[in-house]
Structures are given as C-alpha cells and as structure tokens.
Design a protein around this ligand. Structure first.
Ligand SMILES: C[S@@+](CC[C@H](N)C(=O)[O-])C[C@H]1O[C@@H](n2cnc3c(N)ncnc32)[C@H](O)[C@@H]1O
Length: 274
C-alpha cells in the first residue's frame, strides 16, 4: 500500500483513543525548541535518552521516516510498555528499539549513533557525567546531541513561599534544605554546558526558554495529577515530618497570585561530538 492510501484512523476505536496523546503538557514546551534544533536527514540512527512514554522518540521516528533507526532508553518499564503499544499501532516495528535500562549501562555499538536527543531526560539521571560519557561513547564523530533541562529558577516563587512556611514552622535549616533540593535536581545552564564540553562535545547553541504553569488556587496546585506525580513527594520530603502539617497548612496563604503563576525556565543545548 502506498503511504497516501492508508485507511483513515478510526476515532471511535478505544484502542486508537487510548494511544492518542503522547506527551504530558509539562513536556511539550521543552519539546518544541528541541524538535526545532535537531538536524533531520533520512537514514539517521537516533538515541532518545529518558524517552518516558515516547517523546521525542516516536515523533522523530515519524518525522525521519522509513530508513531511520531509533533507540529509546529508559528504566521506567511500564512507560516503555506504552511505547511498545504505540510502536505496534503506528507500524514502527523495525524502526524503533527499546532498552529498558539506564543510559549509563546501555550497551550499543560505540560510535554508532548520529543524533542523541533528550527531553528533560539527562537532567533526571542519577549520574550526569557518567550519562554524558555514555552518550559520547555511543555518538559517532560529528553526531549531534540536543537536550533540554529545566533550570534552578523553576517555580522560584513557590520555593520562596515554602521557605517562609518553613521559617514560620520553626524549621531552622529550611533554606539549606530548599537549596539542596534545587541543587540536586536542577543544574545551572553554564554547568550543563561545561559538563557537555567535558564529555567530548562542542556546544554550538545554548538558549534559555521558559513557560508558565498557572493555577487558580493552592488546592488546585496540590491536586493536579502531574504535580502529584512528579513534584509533591520531593516537596514533602524536604519538610521534616513533624513540621509538615504546619508548613502545608500555612502555604496556601503564602502562595499569592504571582507565585501560583509559576515560571519554568529551561535551556535547550545543541552540541556535536568532537
Ligand atoms: C521528565 S521525564 C521525561 C520523559 C520524556 N522524555 C518526556 O519528554 O516526556 C524523565 C525520564 O528520564 C528517565 N530516566 C531517569 N534516569 C534515567 C537514566 N539513568 N537513564 C535513562 N533514563 C532515565 C525517567 O524514567 C523518565 O522517564
């Protein structure tokens, strides 16, 4: 069958609808500059680090078309199952290979990858220098690396209010806890660039972008499914258990309109393997 002869998607089929969305609204703003920065050519061999539920792995598989080979690596097994279902539904078998492991321990032929992408994936690994060393080992000379990462200013207004709530609850090392929490999750852009260079890549482009997550109330913020999935537990963990009721009860009054419009600064870095 020629590509233009494919039957229309059956929008009444629950299996089609179940696979319709592919990336959380959180991931999408990061993904647009990333897709803009990648240099697409037919026949590329691609690695997506931290492909989660399939972005940008599957979008790139479709944009590159037949002849491309894509590898997705992520230790999150149930998410990889979801990708597998999409690969079957979209006819991408033979194009996409999934590796349920970490990028640090990924076994692929050295110098075999033309394009490495990571949408908010590399900044979530346990050991970034080791992960970048693994990328450098797998990249052929001249290969492109494009990745996005949110920056230390992420939700700064929220952390400011949390700091005041910790002070109010008499937690003496509240500010240190917040600084360490941010430091462990979000590296400054200059540091990401320096680590990328140290791993053996020439960085050509490092841009700062941003978007905003707004909520009507603190209650809406804490109930949002993605906040519960990715943020709430780490926020809870940085408050000593005995102070949690006081801190979380005080927070709504400290989160004013501006801190509920939370800024998410991020960087998109494009580099080539030396
Ligand atoms: C914020 S999610 C991003 C997922 C997807 N790229 C997106 O844009 O929606 C970060 C992903 O990195 C994965 N991850 C964490 N440590 C990893 C590692 N060492 N190697 C590969 N992936 C890892 C997580 O399991 C998670 O799926």
């Amino acid at each position: 069958m020629e590509p233009w002869e494919a039957p229309p998607a059956d929008l009444t089929d629950p299996a089609t609808v179940a696979l319709y969305d592919e990336l959380p609204i959180w991931s999408a703003p990061f993904g647009l500059p990333l897709l803009d920065a990648v240099e697409l050519r037919p026949g590329l061999t691609v690695l997506d680090v931290g492909c989660g539920t399939g972005f940008p792995l599957l979008e790139l598989a479709e944009r590159l078309g037949p002849g491309a080979r894509l590898h997705g690596v992520d230790p999150w097994a149930p998410a990889m199952e979801r990708i597998r279902a999409k690969v079957r539904a979209w006819g991408l078998e033979g194009t996409v290979t999934l590796h349920v492991t970490t990028v640090e321990s990924l076994q692929l032929q050295p110098a075999s990858i033309d394009l490495i992408v990571s949408n908010n994936g590399l900044n979530n690994v346990a050991d970034l220098p080791r992960a970048l060393a693994s990328c450098a080992r797998l990249a052929r000379p001249g290969a492109q690396l494009v990745f996005t990462a949110n920056l230390p200013g992420t939700m700064a207004g929220f952390y400011d209010a949390l700091g005041r709530a910790l002070d109010g609850a008499g937690v003496v090392d509240g500010q240190r806890r917040i600084t360490e929490h941010i430091r462990a999750r979000r590296r400054p852009a200059e540091e990401l660039v320096a680590l990328t260079r140290a791993a053996g890549f020439d960085v050509e482009d490092e841009r700062i972008h941003g978007f905003r997550w707004s909520f009507a109330s603190a209650e809406a913020l804490f109930r949002h499914h993605f906040i519960r999935l990715a943020f709430l537990e780490p926020w809870r963990a940085l408050v000593p258990e005995e102070a949690r009721p006081a801190v979380f009860r005080a927070l709504p009054a400290l989160l004013d309109r501006d801190t509920l419009r939370m800024e998410i600064p991020f960087t998109c870095i494009s580099a080539h393997r030396r």
